[in-house]
Design a protein around this ligand. Structure first.
Ligand code: NAD
Ligand code: ISE
Length: 340
């Protein structure tokens, strides 16, 4: 069976996902697209796909069985609620939504529907290296995780489009999600420090250092640098009671020349996580064909939104900002225990 998919938002990642859905993966076909910029949607539409003027018409179309949302974060809620009302499985790029109230509305709609329909685009959970790192921690041979160091460096971000709050509500959400998933833990509070600013970022608050306080008592420090210049550099190291486990450097050709011995660094997220995005969609297609969703859930999107909100409060207050999550609905599995 071929899953017939509609895509909303045909910008940078929308186009990349259309490429993988049409040229890389099997069992799936992009039959419809939509973007507030109609010309962009037209240019991105694969051969034979219909271009819709409104997301409502696209989502309700009988030719569409499942949806992929790649519009800007503030536009996600409207599309998600339409998908849930239509009972259609939906892959939604991160962030799930941009406010706590919106996250709760989406969660309430999905819980009322009674089955998981939403998968959030936290692709690191599908990356082979992160999966191996998690297997080591879960295996228990290194003892309890105490500290996690997460480094998230972008070569650059689009000037004008990427605003000062985005290191915390757009970029940090990946580190927040991977920390919760790797440590099987929840975040209970957030601190933020802003060191000397990089002159490369002009008015941006860049870099930032974020400290996530976990329910178990473990601590996570995150470096967010979004104008590092040299490439897309993602690192992670977990310090446990009996040892340390770290993500490997990405395998790459080693060049030896008159400048020394070098390995290439990925240019951006498309290159670094190319296999992870492919795998997240492979797993999404299997679940969506069964009328449901797997992997990062609305609950995980809600948690990331609360963490981003707390980080934005913390950067203003200079204090530890607490996070209070709602009770976890049964639809999303077992709650995490909080340390006494
Ligand atoms: P982009 O600006 O290149 O593209 C967004 C597109 O959405 C634009 O074409 C815009 O016209 C369209 N759009 C906006 N509002 C819309 C609406 N209401 N209806 C229809 N179309 C609408 O941005 P991007 O970099 O492609 O990012 C899109 C989303 O993907 C964001 O949520 C971003 O955080 C996420 N993203 C995720 C990753 C990742 O690593 N998982 C990487 C990049 C972007
Ligand atoms: C972008 O939206 C992503 O999700 C990338 O993975 C991240 O590295 C980047 O900072 C975000 O802007």
């Amino acid at each position: 069976m071929t899953l017939r998919v509609g895509v909303i938002g045909t910008g940078m990642i929308g186009q990349d996902h259309i490429r993988r859905l049409t040229q890389v993966l099997s069992g799936v076909q992009v039959v419809a697209v939509s973007d507030i910029d109609r010309d962009r949607a037209k240019a991105a539409a694969p051969k034979g796909a219909e271009v819709f003027d409104t997301l409502q018409a696209l989502i309700r179309s009988e030719s569409v069985q499942a949806m992929v949302i790649c519009s800007w974060g503030p536009a996600h809620e409207e599309a998600l609620l339409e998908c849930i009302a239509a009972g259609k499985p939906v892959f939604c790029e991160k962030p799930l939504v941009t406010t706590e109230a919106a996250a709760l509305r989406v969660m309430e709609a999905e819980v009322a529907f009674g089955r998981r329909l939403v998968q959030v685009g936290f692709m690191r959970r599908f990356d082979a290296d992160y999966r191996r790192l998690k297997a080591v921690i879960d295996g228990g041979t290194l003892g309890a995780p105490l500290l996690y160091h997460s480094v998230h460096r972008n070569a650059s971000v689009p000037e004008g489009l990427y605003t000062s709050d985005m290191p915390l509500n757009d970029t940090l959400v990946h580190d927040a999600d991977i920390s919760r998933w790797l440590l099987d833990d929840e975040v209970t509070g957030v601190e933020v420090r802003v060191p000397r600013r990089s002159s490369r970022g002009k008015d941006l608050r860049d870099p930032t250092v974020v400290l996530l306080h976990m329910a178990s008592g473990a601590l996570v420090d995150v470096e967010i640098s979004v104008n590092i210049g040299y490439g897309y550099d993602i690192r992670g190291e977990v310090s446990c009671e009996e040892g340390v486990a770290a993500l490997p450097n990405r395998p790459a050709i080693v060049i030896s020349d008159r400048h020394g011995i070098r390995q290439a660094i990925p240019e951006d997220w498309r290159e670094r996580f190319i296999e992870a995005y492919d795998q997240e969609f492979r797993e999404w297609i299997v679940a969506a064909a069964r009328g449901t969703a797997t992997g990062p859930s609305t609950w995980d999107g809600y948690a990331a939104t609360l963490i981003a909100d707390a980080a934005l409060r913390a950067v203003e207050s200079g204090r530890l900002e607490p996070i209070r999550m709602r009770g976890k609905p049964a639809l999303y599995g077992t709650p995490v225990a909080v340390a006494a």
